[in-house]
Design a protein around this ligand. Sequence first.
Ligand code: 2P0
Length: 331
Amino acid sequence: MATVTRAHPNIALIKYWGKAAGEGNVPATPSLSITLDALTTTTEVSDADTDIFELDGRPVADTKVTECLANLRRRFPVPPLHIRSHNNFPTAAGLASSASGFAALVTAIDAHCDLGMTAQARSDYARQASGSAARSIFGGFVALRGPNWHGEMLAAPADWPLKVVIAIAAAEAKAVSSSEGMKRSAATSPYYPSWVTSTAQDFDVAVTLVANRDFTGLAELAEFSCLKMHGLMLSSRPGLIYWNPTTLACMHRIRELRDSGLPVFFTMDAGPQVKAVCLPKAAPEVAAALADVGGVHEVLVSGLGDGAAPKTKADTKAATQAVNKAAGKSQ
Ligand code: 2P0
């Protein structure tokens, strides 16, 4: 009997870039994100003779998946598993596929093996695999902060239903992984110490802005956090350049839209894709404007989504069909 879960990626408004010293993949700074509903990882787990991991229909040897399983097995009885994961969006292109991937994986194993984990415990295990995955266990606005470093929902999707317009500026996988890039920035950027100190301050302000539903304040602070992180990346040796010309063109277009009165701001992660966060009424105009920017392959519009969860019986069949389709199997 297979267990199917789904999880959504999240986009950080206060960014995580750098790890604390020691074990457990603990971030060096708190971060704050929104979970997206239009992008989904669906993961199916069933018993097997030996561990098998398939991503979008292909067997993959992924050390982070192997380590995540080993980590869970240090504490829980988890048998060999056949894991089939499917993303409805480009993998490893700066759309946080590892966040939704590990949130879905830990949630699927918990449900399949009846481990009885709390959401906080799932978030803790997901974080050890991938820092941002800790946030995708929860929906809406999510904080990841010490001392416990598991995610925590600050506001539900319906509490402040923002929209996110995603401009796909390139569909290829990124050149330098986030884990590698973070190591490089911490080791070589002269700005790293002030990034760590100032991000903790930004996070505290952002929590208040979310509580007050202050879009104007959040827009200014989120763009600041994003540009500061990319400044840190650029000041690493060798410099990490995740943008392309289309990324920059989208950023300028979004600033023009805001100057003309539309409530919208941009944010980018370790890849060229641009996420325009806006109030719902602005989404159609923002989507049309970004679709018009040269080099934009595709524009997706997302609302805010829920945290990682097992599929209900009713939608398990459809999810299994999606995973089978990705694997090229007949239904
Ligand atoms: C974030 N990113 O806060 C930041 C902004 C990318 C840029 O978290 O090394 O894949 O697995 O803990 O979670 C992406 O990094 O890194 C990320 P690891 P992860 O969303």
